[in-house]
Design a protein around this ligand. Structure first.
Ligand code: ADP
Length: 553
């Protein structure tokens, strides 16, 4: 550009160009609206004329309305015609499109492909995907379809461009979703595999622990069983089948081998445990198949709970206690006979001692008097012991019978207080008694009970502590309470002290006794329609209360 132009020259050139642009504009509009059907384009070989057949006008309008870009190229790739849509796809005005080389709107990376596309497009119809370069440098993915067309005797290349942006975006999203789906699938497959492995392992563990349990249970010499949480038995061990002679694996009908007298009690106890979740304990008889004899068993079952304290099974055992039962029976029989046999010689000795004590023919040396009195003391203790033993065997045999009358319990309590003062002059008994509490019973036996409670309160509390006796009415009951601040009892001890021969083994607090007093006392009170209750705190003291039905309310 070596030529130098004057201002006027430039001005007129500019004016000329402006006019050309206006003309071009008008021509484009005219073509689009179908007003003209011929166009002169400045080509390599000078001006070239392109005409449209009048029948094509309809198509031109149709093409303008299309959602695809439509472009016509001359053989050198210049855009002869473009619809508005193509310009919109490029984000430029239509004027900036027509007359431009098509490759202007292609990214550099595609330009070489474009050359071959053009070459092939002239020869045959073809379709391919390309990218257009938008004015803001964004790439617009398109499907381009090339068709060679003839415009009068000239040829042109018609391009239809479908914007694939949305489709590509949708495909991209689909791909992402697919990938996410695949990942999720993969994860769930891994999870599934882990779960399957876990289930397999747990099943194996469960199977093993069940088998181990069965193996262990089968080796035990006791009857073993398990039950579902709601109480249905679902397993018996080998020993059960050996003992009962039932067919191996038979679960139902266990009542048929239970002693008829024990069925109801067993049923009631079991239902109670199932309802409350408390341990099940019972003594009942099962028939042994080998000799058809009923033998005593100690039945015991515990609930097995999960981490939420929900019962998931019951584990039970039945231990043959027939021999122990017989031994206890023999012991009771022996105690009964021995105490009975001892009673007569003791009475004789007592009578002789009394005769010696009352001997007046010649004065007795004081040493002899002292020995006689000591022997009488020891004899009294021995007689008490023998009487207790006799009572125990009578209670056991259901033979503790006595006459009953109506009497004022307070008079009896006062007698006991007098006895206390005589027996334990060094101890203090604090009294709090009402005046009249009429009950129906055997005075001697009730006095025996109160004296036993007094003697226990003395035995199991320190020498310097007071003992309190209270006699009062509580609703329709007469209550006599003995309160001490002695050694007290633990929960377990409290639950067992009324058992026959039960004694607390306390090495620090050794006292004499055979564990019969509270058993006899509670049985006596029971046979009067009352009850003997204890409340106690270990190390703090105890309160034993007799409750008897009141005759005058
Ligand atoms: P014994 O006193 O002959 O052992 P009992 O049947 O009278 O038998 O009492 C049973 C057990 O109860 C006693 O061994 C003792 O451990 C406990 N006991 C009874 N009375 C009391 C009490 N007042 N304080 C603490 N323990 C007691």
């Amino acid at each position: 550009m070596n030529s130098i132009f004057t201002y006027d020259q430039l001005q007129s050139e500019n004016e000329e160009l402006r006019q050309q642009l206006e003309e071009a504009h008008d021509a484009i509009n005219a073509i689009r609206t179908g007003k003209i059907d011929a166009l002169i384009v400045q080509g390599e070989n000078g001006q070239e004329l392109y005409t449209l057949r009048s029948a094509d006008r309809t198509y031109r309008v149709f093409i303008e309305k299309m959602s695809e870009g439509a472009v016509t190229l001359n053989p050198d790739g210049t855009i002869l015609y473009s619809n508005n849509r193509f310009a919109t796809m490029l984000s430029v005005s239509l004027e900036k499109v027509i007359g431009k080389h098509f490759s202007t709107f292609l990214p550099n990376s595609f330009k070489s492909n474009y050359e071959s596309l053009l070459k092939d497009g002239w020869k045959q119809d073809l379709k391919m995907e390309i990218s257009l370069l938008r004015s803001d440098n964004h790439l617009v993915p398109c499907l381009i379809s090339c068709n060679r067309i003839e415009l009068d005797e000239k040829i042109a290349l018609s391009l239809i461009l479908t914007d694939l942006t949305e489709q590509k975006e949708a495909e991209k999203q689909l791909l992402i979703k697919n990938q996410q789906l695949e990942q999720a699938e993969l994860k769930s497959r891994v999870l599934n595999d882990q779960l399957a492995a876990l289930i397999e392992e747990r099943t194996r563990e469960l199977y093993l622990s069940r088998e181990q349990f069965k193996f262990l249970a089968d080796q035990l010499p006791v009857l073993v069983w398990t039950a579902k949480p709601e109480g249905t038995i679902d397993y018996f061990n080998k020993r059960w089948y050996e003992y009962t002679g039932k067919a191996h694996g038979e679960i139902s009908g266990w009542e048929s081998v239970l002693h008829p007298d024990d069925i109801q009690l067993t049923h009631d106890r079991w239902q109670k445990s199932v309802l409350t979740g408390n341990p099940y304990e019972i003594e009942h008889r099962f028939k042994r198949a080998s000799d058809q004899n009923y033998r005593w068993h100690l039945g015991y079952a515990l609930p097995f709970k999960d981490e939420n304290q929900k019962i998931i099974a019951w584990f039970g055992t039945g231990t043959d206690i027939e021999e122990q039962k017989q031994a206890i029976e023999k012991r009771d029989e022996f105690i009964g006979i021995a105490s009975h046999e001892l009673k007569t010689p003791l009475t004789t000795v007592k009578a002789y001692l009394e005769i010696i004590g009352k001997y007046r023919k010649e004065p007795l040396p004081s040493a002899i008097k002292e020995y006689v009195s000591k022997a009488q003391g020891a004899l009294a203790k021995l007689q008490n012991l023998v009487n207790d033993l006799l009572d125990v065997s009578k209670i056991h045999a259901g033979q503790l019978l006595y006459d009953k009358i109506e009497f004022n319990l307070i008079d009896l309590v006062n007698n006991c207080i007098e006895n206390f003062n005589h027996l334990y002059p060094q101890r203090k008994l604090v009294c709090s008694c009402e005046e009249r509490l009429i009950v129906y019973g055997n005075q001697g036996r009730i006095e025996q009970v109160i004296m036993n409670l007094i003697s226990n309160a003395v035995k199991y509390s320190g020498d310097s502590t007071d003992i309190t006796i209270q006699a009062y009415r509580k609703n329709d009951k007469a209550v006599v309470s003995l309160i001490d601040s002695g050694i007290g009892l633990t929960e377990e001890q409290k639950n067992r002290i009324f058992e026959r021969f039960y004694r607390v083994e306390d090495k620090k607090f050794l006292t004499s006794g055979l564990g019969m007093g509270l058993y006899i006392s509670s049985e006596i009170i029971k046979s009067h329609g009352g009850r003997l209750v204890v409340s106690s705190n270990f190390g703090e003291g105890s309160k034993f209360s007799i409750e008897l039905p009141l005759m005058e309310i």
